[in-house]
Design a protein around this ligand. Structure first.
Ligand SMILES: NC(=O)c1ccc[n+]([C@@H]2O[C@H](COP(=O)([O-])OP(=O)(O)OC[C@H]3O[C@@H](n4cnc5c(N)ncnc54)[C@H](O)[C@@H]3O)[C@@H](O)[C@H]2O)c1
Length: 348
């Protein structure tokens, strides 16, 4: 039977969720809640009932699931409203705008058992899933070092929305959070972080560029470099061809190296010596890993439908989403204070 889905928030990503819902025969978009005129127009375009109040929508439509694409500060309030009514939700990232709010949601999920899937869609991409499998099977040997990049040039009008220039709306929490989540998913938890942040180009209150150094719980070390004001193909969204509204520009953005082999993502090339006795004076062989060609956002929606049907547990749980948020907030703190921050200390 088709699942009835409601959408909260009809902005930039809300519209994309509506398009994805329309294309998926397992689900039907029955209601949209948004306080803006644009929300009304979107609900007319998609033949969904329009509401200005998300609770009224939940009570009227009695949906099987809800997608929450509201500004960060409303994620927890909306997800709690779903939990109170026993409605599974897909909450856009970050799970919350603060760790206190995230903890409230994690407690409610774990107390009630009503599922919440956090929208870190990259985990549903075949390259990220395969990379996790390769690392967990020790195909690279013992993981030693990781390098991740996210650099692109956002246009000026993007910053017309005031929240994108203010604390909480910068590229650490909007963009780097995806790369941090991917590396946590592939390599395991990050324990300690150091960072430099800069607003030298855009001069907003929030950072435009950051360099980050991390240590993973398994002993591997990693670096991240991020900027939303640099022209580059080195960001996973365009490099992997998984973005919804950007061109596909094949490149590599993540580099993993272990004691036996190295892996580049998203090209998915494994580099290793012909024999284990070989070393840096011997050539490396390149093996390409073929993927299934499936797409992150479609896979995420199908996974959400499986959760609603009781066939799957969230791949990104509320607790997992909170840990990714804690890691990014630790990076922001390290950048402000020029010191080392333990991620566990962020959670008190
Ligand atoms: N996973 C991804 O790829 C991805 C991409 C973009 C954005 N996001 C996330 O999605 C969320 C939304 O981002 P966006 O760029 O679409 O923002 P946006 O500002 O374009 O859209 C937010 C919408 O929420 C509506 N809204 C605000 N308050 C409301 C309320 N009280 N009730 C109902 N509607 C209300 C606004 O009118 C607006 O239409 C953010 O959390 C962001 O981090 C995720």
């Amino acid at each position: 039977m088709t699942q009835k889905i409601v959408l909260m928030g009809a902005g930039l990503i809300g519209r994309e969720h509506a398009i994805l819902l329309r294309a998926n025969h397992r689900v039907e978009l029955v209601g949209i809640a948004d306080i803006s005129e644009a929300g009304k127009a979107l609900s007319e375009e998609f033949g969904a009932h329009y509401f200005t109040d998300m609770r009224e929508m939940l009570d009227t439509m009695k949906p099987d699931g809800a997608i929450i694409a509201l500004p960060n500060a409303l994620h927890v309030e909306a997800a709690l409203a779903c939990i109170e009514r026993g409605v599974p939700s897909l909450v856009e990232k970050p799970i919350a705008d603060s760790l206190d709010a995230a903890k409230l949601l994690v407690e409610a999920v774990e107390l009630t058992g009503v599922p919440v899937l956090v929208g870190h869609q990259r985990r549903h991409s075949p390259d990220i899933a395969k990379a996790r499998q390769l690392v967990s099977e020790a195909a690279l040997g013992r993981l030693v070092a990781v390098n991740a990049m996210w650099m692109t040039d956002k246009p000026e009008p993007y910053f017309d929305a005031a929240w994108r220039r203010q604390p909480g709306g910068g590229p650490l929490l909007i963009n780097l959070i995806h790369d941090i989540d991917c590396m946590r998913f592939i390599c395991g938890d990050i324990e300690r972080v150091m960072a430099f942040t800069s607003n030298a180009v855009r001069s907003f209150e929030v950072e435009d560029t950051a360099s980050v150094s991390v240590s993973f719980a398994n002993g591997a070390l990693g670096t991240f470099i991020m900027s939303d004001t640099a022209v580059s193909p080195y960001n996973w969204d365009t490099a992997a061809g998984q973005a919804l509204y950007f061109p596909h520009q094949p490149e590599n953005t993540y580099f993993l190296a272990g004691t036996k082999a190295a892996l580049s993502i998203p090209s998915m090339d494994i580099w290793r010596h012909e024999t284990e006795a070989h070393h840096w004076q011997h050539p490396l062989l390149r093996q390409h890993v073929t993927l299934d060609g499936s797409r992150a956002y479609e896979n995420q929606l199908n996974h959400f439908a499986d959760i609603i049907a009781g066939k799957a547990e969230p791949l990104v749980s509320a607790r997992d989403g909170m840990m990714t948020l804690a890691t990014v907030l630790a990076i922001a703190k390290a950048g402000r204070e020029n010191g080392v921050v333990n991620v566990a200390d962020m959670l008190g």
